[in-house]
Design a protein around this ligand. Structure first.
Ligand SMILES: *Cc1c(COP(=O)(O)O)cnc(C)c1O
Length: 397
């Protein structure tokens, strides 16, 4: 392996098993629970409830996108309604609004956390309501694991009695004022897709405030069967429940979640150390001790004038070294598919997209991976004194 380790691709974020996942899968096989129900499904929900340390009730589902869809249905979003959504995010935050026949209204970010700007949110709500629109929900995202300014966001939304849905797909393990992301809103959604901090290969969860909301979510997620000896339906249903096999992976991953958070945070600290003397590169950093990020991905903004380097140059160098790096999410209000959607704010999200890059952040990166990454960065930013060696990685992991 050593000889061709230079040719092995380093991914932005790849699955990182803890080792016990297979035991839960074997249990499922030995008991023939090969179904979207079973002991792993219920066990995974209990594990998540314990981890979130709140009174929340969790429904595990086939994806984070499915969880958002059911959150919107639970909030009564239907055709013609409007839902306000952070613009700087992955499209899965916004697509379920359209599944419901509702209209997404996009809002800009603020520069501290890169998440929804509370002032822009307020302006958007006031303007939509003044136009006679029904604003049924607000979707706020904890991008790259960084908690949004939840106190301010909730204060604005509460003033207008609009429920907040927290997209914590990237923020499992993050917290704000020592409360876990996903537990602030009327609903929270988590994702266990293959690239997230923990994975079930594919999966998600809806965090509900009370047991009634969870029950209704499970009813909808399992084809909305009314109680009757035959198949009786008074609601449109979905096939959104998580498989007992996937949930088994999730149970194993819960055993290593804290470790994964610490590993991602350690790489983030190494990046911050690397860039602290590089003029013109800003690393997305917790604005204060109120914010605890899982640092799912380390993201940086490159000031082209100060560094003489463009985002494109950096991406090309990484690609040439067989290392994955990626631009930030392209804001939704700049996407062709959402061209007609209203937008409130300035150019914060747009500027971040213009100059921002996500760097490899997987918890399973090795010391030699880290050396390959810093070799690229050092050659680009001419940062020859910096000497983030394999030892530094071993020490901090
Ligand atoms: C991954 C992701 C989702 C969707 O989760 P899936 O489980 O992939 O459906 C939603 N929002 C954000 C911000 C994400 O990163």
């Amino acid at each position: 392996m050593d000889n061709n380790c230079n040719t092995q691709k380093i991914y932005l974020s790849s699955p990182h098993m803890g080792g016990t996942e297979i035991n839960y899968i074997n249990d499922a096989f030995s008991q023939n629970w090969i179904a979207p129900m079973g002991p792993n499904v219920e066990g995974f929900e209990k594990d998540l409830e314990a981890y979130l340390q709140s009174s929340s009730h969790i429904a595990v589902l086939s994806s984070g996108t499915a969880a958002l869809h059911l959150a919107l249905i639970n909030c009564g979003v239907s055709a013609g309604d409007e839902v306000i959504c952070q613009s700087l995010t992955f499209s899965a935050s916004a697509n379920p609004i359209v599944y419901q026949g509702a209209v997404p209204v996009f809002v800009d970010s603020e520069t501290d956390t890169w998440n929804m700007c509370p002032q822009a949110l307020e302006i958007a709500i006031v303007d939509r309501l003044s136009k006679g629109k029904k604003v049924k929900a607000v979707i706020v995202v904890h991008l790259y694991g960084m908690p949004a300014k939840m106190n301010e966001i909730l204060a604005v939304a509460n003033r207008f009695n609009i429920p907040v849905i927290e997209d914590a797909a990237e923020a499992v393990g993050s917290s704000y004022n020592a409360k876990k992301c996903g537990t602030f809103g009327m609903f929270g959604i988590l994702s266990f897709n293959g690239n997230k901090i923990i994975t079930t290969s594919g999966g998600g969860a809806l965090v509900c405030k009370d047991i009634e909301a969870k029950k209704h979510t499970l009813f909808l997620a399992t084809q909305a069967r009314d109680e009757a000896p035959h198949y009786e339906h008074s609601h449109i249903g979905y096939n959104y429940r998580l498989s007992n096999i996937s949930a088994g992976i999730g149970r194993g991953q819960m055993e290593v979640l804290e470790e994964r958070v610490e590993q991602r945070r350690a790489f983030n600290a190494l990046y911050r150390d690397f860039f602290k003397d590089v003029k013109g590169v800003t690393v997305l950093t917790e604005p204060s001790t109120s914010f605890f990020s899982n640092h799912w991905l380390t993201a940086v903004v490159i000031n082209q004038e100060a560094t003489g380097i463009t985002k494109e140059q950096l991406l090309a160098r990484f690609a040439a070294a067989n290392i994955e790096a990626r631009p930030l999410w392209k804001p939704m209000h700049m996407q062709p598919v959402f061209e007609a959607a209203p937008y409130y704010g300035g150019t914060v999200a747009q500027d971040l997209f213009q100059n921002g890059v996500c760097l490899p952040s997987g918890s399973n990166m090795s010391a030699s991976d880290w050396n390959r990454i810093t070799d690229v960065l050092t050659s680009l930013f001419n940062n020859s004194e910096k000497n983030n060696t394999a030892d530094a990685v071993s020490e901090s992991l």
